[in-house]
Design a protein around this ligand. Structure first.
Ligand code: SF4
Length: 446
C-alpha cells in the first residue's frame, strides 16, 4: 500500500483523468494524501496549452528533488499533455523523475507506479492509442455530477494551439459504450453529466470519413446527445468544447429541443475580427459565429453563452480589437475566459508570426474586455431578479455552510436557504431575490 498525491493542471479533461486515476490507484489499495512529505508517489498531471503552464509544472517537479533526496524510494511521475509532448526530454531535464506517461496510457499508470515502487528503471510511455480509454465509471465514487470523455484529440490545427500535437487526432468512443457508461453512472445516483472532448462537436466525424465518405452513417454529436438524453435518471446534460464549424442545423435543433440539455453554451470565439480568425485558422467568420448564436437564441426563452477570447494575437490592430469588443457586446456573454496571447512553442503561430503586440497593449485590451464583461454579466444577472428558476442542488454553500447552493441550467450559481430534507441532486425551484455579478440569491418555492 502506498500513499499517492496527484497534482492537476489544465483543463476539465485533465481533472477527469486525475479523478479516475485516483480511483484506479485506490482500487489497488493505495491511499490518497494531500501531503507531499507523506506521499510515496507524486504524479503531476500537466497541461501544455501555454509555455507558462509548462514552466510552472517543470518548476513544481524540480522542487520534488529535495523530497526524493530525503526519501529515495519516492516515485515521481509527469503525466498528461506535457509528458506526451516532450517524452524522454523530460527525463533528461529532470533525472529524479521515474515516470513520463501520456494521456492515452491512463490505465497503465497503476502497473507502472507499482513497478517503480519495486525499483524498476525510469519509464517513458507515450504511445498514442487508436482506441481511447473507455468506461472507467465502475471505479468512480458515487457522484451527482460526473464527467464522461466521449472523444479525444483534435484535427483543427488552430495556429496558436498545441492540442493536436499533444492529444493526437480525433478519436471518438463508440456511442453504445458512452451510453452504457452514463447508464451505469445514473444507477449510482449521477444526475448531471458533462460530456468532454477537445473538439466535441466533431464527435464521429473522423470515424465517418474512415467508414466511407463524409456522408457515412456513423453517429454524430447530435445523435450522441439524443442517446444520452434518453438515459433514465439523468436530468441535465452539458458538453464542452464545441466548435462553431460543426454546429449545423441538426445540432441547433437538438440542443434547443432536448429539455435536459442545459441552456448554457460555451462556444469559443477567440476573436471578432475575420482577419485574425483567418490567421488563427479558426475556419469561420464573426458572422458565422453570430448566426449560430442567433439561431439558438431565437429558439429559446432563456439561454446563456460563454466563450474564450485571445487578445493581442500577432498583428492585432485597434480595429481588430474593436471588432472583438463589438462581437462580445452583440452576444452579451454571461462568462468569458480572456487570455493575453503568448506564443506557444511548436505551434504555427509561434513559428510564423512575430509576437508584435506589446505586453502593455495586451493588458489594456484584456482589462477593457473584462470591464465590458462585468457590466454585461451584472445586467444579465439583475434581469433574473423576480424570476423562478430550476436549480440542481449541489450542497452547502462554500462560503456559508448554513446556506445551500446549486446551479441553474444556464450555469448560474444560486444560493438559497435549505428547506426540509434536501439532498444533493434534488431539483428545486428558486425565486431569485437578488443578484451579484457572480451569483443569484433566492428562496425555494414550497
Ligand atoms: S479546435 Fe480547440 S483544441 Fe482544436 S486546435 Fe483549435 S483551439 Fe486547439
Amino acid at each position: 500500500m502506498a500513499r499517492f498525491l496527484i497534482r492537476t493542471y489544465g483543463c476539465q479533461m485533465n481533472e477527469r483523468d486525475s479523478e479516475l486515476l485516483g480511483c484506479l490507484l485506490r482500487d489497488r489499495g493505495h491511499l490518497p494524501t494531500e501531503s507531499e512529505e507523506q506521499a510515496d508517489v507524486i504524479l503531476v498531471n500537466t497541461c501544455s496549452v501555454r509555455d507558462q503552464a509548462e514552466r510552472k509544472a517543470v518548476g513544481k517537479v524540480g522542487l520534488f528533488k529535495r523530497l526524493k533526496r530525503q526519501k529515495p524510494s519516492l516515485v515521481i511521475g509527469i503525466i498528461g499533455c506535457m509528458a506526451q509532448a516532450h517524452g524522454q526530454a523530460l527525463l533528461d531535464e529532470l533525472p529524479h523523475v521515474d515516470l513520463v506517461v501520456g494521456p492515452d496510457q491512463l490505465h497503465d499508470i497503476p502497473d507502472l507506479v507499482e513497478a517503480a515502487l519495486q525499483g524498476a528503471a525510469a519509464v517513458v510511455a507515450t504511445a498514442v492509442r487508436e482506441v481511447i480509454p473507455g468506461d472507467l465509471s465502475a471505479h468512480a465514487p458515487d457522484q451527482v455530477f460526473a464527467s464522461v470523455a466521449v472523444m479525444r484529440g483534435c484535427n483543427q490545427f488552430c495556429s496558436y494551439c498545441i492540442v493536436p500535437q499533444t492529444r493526437g487526432r480525433e478519436r471518438s468512443r463508440p456511442l453504445a459504450d458512452i451510453v452504457a457508461e452514463v447508464e451505469q453512472l445514473a444507477t449510482r445516483g449521477t444526475r448531471e453529466v458533462l460530456l468532454l472532448g477537445q473538439n466535441i462537436t466533431a464527435y464521429g466525424v473522423a470515424e465517418a470519413r474512415h467508414e466511407g465518405g463524409a456522408g457515412a452513417a456513423h453517429p454524430r454529436f447530435a445523435d450522441l446527445l439524443r442517446a444520452v438524453h434518453a438515459v433514465p435518471g439523468i436530468v441535465r446534460l452539458r458538453f464542452t468544447s464545441p466548435h462553431i464549424r460543426f454546429m449545423d442545423a441538426d445540432f441547433v435543433d437538438c440542443v434547443c429541443s432536448l429539455p435536459k440539455v442545459c441552456k448554457a453554451f460555451h462556444i469559443p470565439v477567440q476573436s471578432g475580427s475575420d482577419r485574425i480568425l483567418q490567421l488563427m485558422h479558426r475556419g469561420y467568420t464573426a458572422a458565422d459565429y453570430l448566426r449560430v448564436v442567433e439561431a439558438i437564441r431565437g429558439r429559446l426563452d432563456r439561454v446563456a453563452f460563454s466563450t474564450d477570447v485571445i487578445v493581442g494575437f500577432p498583428t492585432e490592430t485597434a480595429e481588430d480589437f474593436a471588432a472583438t469588443r463589438e462581437l462580445m457586446r452583440r452576444v452579451g456573454f454571461d462568462m468569458a475566459y480572456i487570455f493575453k496571447y503568448s506564443p506557444r512553442r511548436g505551434t504555427q503561430a509561434a513559428d510564423r508570426f512575430p509576437d508584435d503586440v506589446s505586453a502593455e497593449v495586451k493588458l489594456q485590451r484584456n482589462q477593457l474586455l473584462l470591464e465590458d464583461l462585468e457590466g454585461s454579466v451584472a445586467a444579465r444577472n439583475q434581469a433574473r431578479v423576480g424570476q423562478c428558476i430550476e436549480v440542481l442542488v449541489e450542497g452547502p454553500s462554500r462560503r456559508n455552510a448554513a446556506r445551500w447552493q446549486g446551479r441553474s441550467d444556464t450555469s448560474k450559481v444560486v444560493i438559497f436557504d435549505p428547506v426540509g430534507t434536501l439532498a444533493p441532486g434534488a431539483l428545486v425551484r428558486v425565486t431569485v431575490e437578488r443578484a451579484t455579478a457572480h451569483s443569484l440569491f433566492g428562496s425555494i418555492v414550497p
